[in-house]
Design a protein. Structure first.
Length: 226
């Protein structure tokens, strides 16, 4: 028998509350729950418009074919989501253990997908962020005449170069994004140093070799042409 079930009240008869069934899946269910509970999902129960306006259910609602199985599945989804929100380290360990064991049926896929996508984004952002700091200090070392600050700037340059080398070794595919990341980082770094040292003239374009190897190794300020 088909029954309506919410995530928190699986056995509640929602028709009595004024909700009517829709013939399509709600986008939130498609994104967050369909990957896990596909065999159990059928429709989303949308609010019925009343005299005082549209009523909105405060919970996602699905139709299930096996009510007991549906209750168990929805309870597990809730528990996984709750663990993710409460302690991401425990969630990560639990997810890793299930992946190693091949227990794919009980994975928190919605949050796992978000984490994997977020990891790629964070690595791209780290590449740009470290390039900004590197370029700022290279520009200062090359163009700002403050000898008392040279050692500190050079230490920062060495630190950022080391971190960039580690990042590129860990994620080799980031090398393919070097040029586009350099352009973004250059525009920000140039704007920052011009605000910090308005009396200094900084060139509009990076005049040294911008490829990976020299950017991570060359002490450009030792070149007599500068």
């Amino acid at each position: 028998m088909v029954r309506y079930a919410s995530l928190t009240h699986p056995t509640r008869d929602l028709r009595a509350q004024g909700f009517a069934p829709s013939l399509r899946l709600h986008p939130k269910i498609k994104k967050n729950y369909l990957p896990i509970a596909k065999p159990l999902l059928d429709i989303f129960v949308n609010p019925r418009k009343g005299e005082d306006g549209v009523r909105s259910p405060d919970k996602l609602v699905v139709r299930v074919f096996d009510i007991q199985e549906g209750e168990n599945q929805m309870a597990e989804i809730q528990n996984l989501t709750s663990l993710y929100e409460q302690d991401i380290l425990l969630w990560s360990e639990d997810t890793a253990a299930k992946l190693k064991a091949g227990d794919f049926d009980h994975l928190d896929l919605a949050n796992l997908i978000e984490e994997v996508e977020g990891l790629g984004i964070s690595q791209k952002k780290e590449l740009i962020s470290r390039l900004i700091v590197l370029l700022e200090h290279l520009l200062k070392r090359l163009r700002v005449n403050l000898p008392q600050d040279y050692n500190g700037w050079e230490r920062t340059i060495r630190t950022q170069r080391g971190e960039l080398e580690i990042l590129l070794d860990t994620v080799p595919s980031l090398s393919n994004r070097w040029e586009i990341s350099f352009d973004k980082a250059w525009s920000i770094a140039l704007k920052n140093v011009r605000k910090e040292y308005p009396q200094v003239i900084f060139e509009d374009q990076w005049s040294c070799d911008r490829t990976i190897e020299p950017m991570l190794n060359c002490d450009f300020w030792q070149d007599s042409s500068f």
